[in-house]
Design a protein. Sequence first.
Length: 638
Amino acid sequence: MLWRFLRGAALAFACVQSLPASAASDASPADAAAYFAPPAIEDAALSPDGLRVAARALVEGRPRLAIFDLSDAAPTLHPVALPEEERLEWHGWLGPRLLLVSLLRQGAAPSARFVTVDLDTGKRSQLGAARPVEAGDEVLHIAADQGFLLLKSSVPGKATPGVYRLDLATGAVTLAVAPQEHVWDWVADSAGVIRAGLASQGKRAWLLYRKSEHESFSRSARAAGEVRAGVDRFVPIRGTDRGYALAQTPAGRVGLYAYDFGKGRLGALLYADSRVDLDGFQTGPDGRLLGVDVSADRPATHWLDPALAQRQARIDSALPGRANRVIASSADQARSLVFSESAADPGAFYLYAGGRATLVGAVSPTLAVRQGAEMKAVQYRARDGLAVSGYLTLPAGREAKGLPLVVMPHGGPFARDSWGYDPWVQYLADRGYAVLQPNYRGSTGFGRDLVEKGNGEWGRGMQNDVDDGADWLVAQGIADPRRICIMGASYGGYAAMWAATAPAPRYRCAISFAGISDVAAQLAYDRKTFEERDYRAWKHRIQGSAPSLDALSPIARVDALRMPILIAHGTADDTVPADQSARLHAALTRLGRAHDYVAYQGQGHTLEGPADNADFLTRVGKFLDAHNPAWSHLPPAR
């Protein structure tokens, strides 16, 4: 959705500011930097025999492909030698001691190539010719036992991608599926047969399908209607016309259905959650349904297979209080690679075998050993009676009474917050603040009705839900009503700006990153991405019954903005242009209103790289220390 904000990790430092140049360096930026340190391990993959893990790991401070040998009691790490001038894009296993990697050579004409690495000899062998790097390239299937992989990629002279088959023994490349007009995505079954293509043209979408690789693709009119109606993620079962699809249930939540590809229609509803949309599902090589992925209070896989459910219970017992996801298992199912995370740390990889979980590597060893703040799911009633869910993080070691509070509405606005590690939240909680993340009306993931309740509610019902969450915590005695600030990014930044300009503000201060100050200007900027009818619908979805878009714009009531506000934006943001923040900064400057402003040079809608991320959080910490300190004497409000 437009204006969705995803907080991310960061690479380079460059900023322009109205604060003193020393502001970032004066206030222990190393504290904030710890939240954005490069991951010590990521992209872990388990070998077929379960005795090794291949992963990107920090080796002498540099990210390298490395093998974690799990054959002894404690894992040992061995770097894999790869060409220094090429960047590792992807890696996977072809056998117990044979790796497949994709290497990228950057430059004026970037190219990529597949290479096998024999761990016994260290020998590297290129498979096929190097290929130009194209947007949308995707490995669709690897059949190590059958000796081939399928790669979706561009075809010379064609507008849409085809699918290439690469022989893993000889490196021979053949075009397995020729491009089809309007088809941008292809779906393979567990046998490595391309069974379906998803086509789209404007608002229309349809499915091309075949039962076997010896047949031609055909288009189903019924399937076209169902794609338009919101069917998502088709998975065919090898050798049959049957499969699975995610689609909206009559109750308006995304559920799992049987799908008849031959007839192009949904079958029986196989699983639905009464509270939330399904995130995905798991199937075996034979097409058997194994489990469904769901994010209710916290993300989890609900295993339908009894043996896998028992395995999950044993893993959860070995790693209590965490969200534990099985990444892969050995061929004999005796050893499993598990990614385990909590709201207090960004996670770690474990080998689970014989009832015991052995640490392979933590994403952030520094954060993993400290006492972080725990996040819990909460629910409260908005002023009109709507049940609003969200997440409350309380500072460790402090009584949940009279705490300073930061309310943090998510971006989107048609997105949601979920349980898990969030560096912003942990940074604030570690400094003594309670943090509330409300999934206000309009949030996705909880069914169609809640999304539709957000239509026409910018600055009104959506904002009320956010405010009502703060009031609920005050009524519970958890939050001090004199010490509440609001902080957000993208739409969350808009909500912070809007709250700051309210005629009777309830917050002590506001923090906006990449926020929207002028709704009409933002819609004008986005208009080029819409057809006229869609633009009118989107405008109405925002404006609703408001007399104008200006009536929803913080900059239109900037005269009322007297509370402390920190405004930040990336200068290269192509989602919400940087002038949305720069104009509010200029207006406040003209009015002589004290405020803090920082523009991050070359950054987009999210900050990339540890330096700028750490700088921003450091500024947030200094801003809150000045206007809403967590521990010291409360300053007078402006």
